[in-house]
Design a protein around this ligand. Structure first.
Ligand SMILES: Nc1ncnc2c1ncn2[C@@H]1O[C@H](COP(=O)(O)OP(=O)(O)OP(=O)(O)O)[C@@H](O)[C@H]1O
Ligand SMILES: [Mg+2]
Length: 234
């Protein structure tokens, strides 16, 4: 299965999500996982290097860098791993389009901010073009780095409403802005390895489980995670 984390907005949390999803599948679902880094900034490749240098005995995740027209390479890699997780850099480029043409699952992270939400119409165009060659893709927006102040909760709801006014669904699961993400990244860890029962860890599990449930056409009850994620705390 190919999972693409992409979009054209810089800093929306694509690399962070891709890395955490890869560890979740590798460590908690015991799957074989390959990460594909399509970003010339090499964020994910550097994170893998940090991970390999970490003294803890972490589950091994391989990573390759691919750029440009990567469709055929992805199709061939898919045969060798349970999951191929792609981190696509923050722009509409060939790698993003060719990944969208073959991905089984696509997550497009957006912060609940005007500049991120402005990219929604273009993403919808791109997705509908790619759907012509990949009609079975399971695609969703996910709102990331949500403010935890209760007085700002309306921003999360508004961001979801903007997404819902377009053709692409938006996940109920979100990530809140938590230092745990940044702190884990620095050590080559996932949030699940840094604090297995922490709120960030449950956010990642919830995002992946909801995305997969959507792909199977099942409804997903986010309430199973609600207590663990408890809005408003970090
Ligand atoms: N939920 C979160 N809470 C707090 N910080 C976060 C969260 N998600 C991501 N970050 C931080 O935000 C920064 C940008 O995230 P990331 O590098 O994943 O974005 P990106 O979309 O891959 O950016 P680029 O477009 O440059 O590739 C990183 O420092 C990351 O640790
Ligand atoms: Mg990135």
């Amino acid at each position: 299965m190919i999972i693409l984390v992409g979009g054209e907005k810089g800093g929306s949390g694509k690399s962070c999500l891709a890395q955490n999803i890869a560890v979740y599948l590798r460590a908690e679902r015991d799957a074989t996982v390959l990460m594909v880094d399509c970003d010339p900034q090499r964020t994910t490749s550097d994170w893998i290097q940090e991970r390999n240098n970490n003294k803890r005995d972490l589950p091994n995740i391989n990573c390759v860098q691919l750029y440009g027209k990567i469709r055929n390479e992805l199709l061939s890699l898919r045969n060798h791993y349970d999951f191929v997780v792609i981190d696509c850099g923050g722009q509409d480029n060939l790698a993003l389009r060719s990944s969208m043409a073959v991905a089984d699952n696509i997550l497009i992270p957006l912060r609940p901010k005007r500049r991120d939400l402005k990219t929604v119409p273009h993403m919808e165009d791109l997705v509908s073009t790619c759907k012509m060659v990949n009609p079975k893709m399971n695609v969703a927006f996910v709102i990331t780095q949500c403010p935890s102040l209760p007085s700002l909760a309306s921003r999360i709801i508004e961001a979801k409403e903007v997404c819902r006014s377009f053709e692409i669904p938006v996940l109920n699961s979100v990530t809140f802005s938590r230092n745990m993400y940044d702190d884990s990244e620095e050590l080559g860890l996932s949030v699940m390895e840094n604090e297995p029962d922490g709120k960030a860890a449950w956010e990642i599990r919830s995002i992946v489980d909801e995305l997969f449930a959507r792909g199977r056409g099942e409804t997903y009850d986010i309430r199973q995670f609600e207590e663990k994620i408890a809005v408003g705390q970090s």
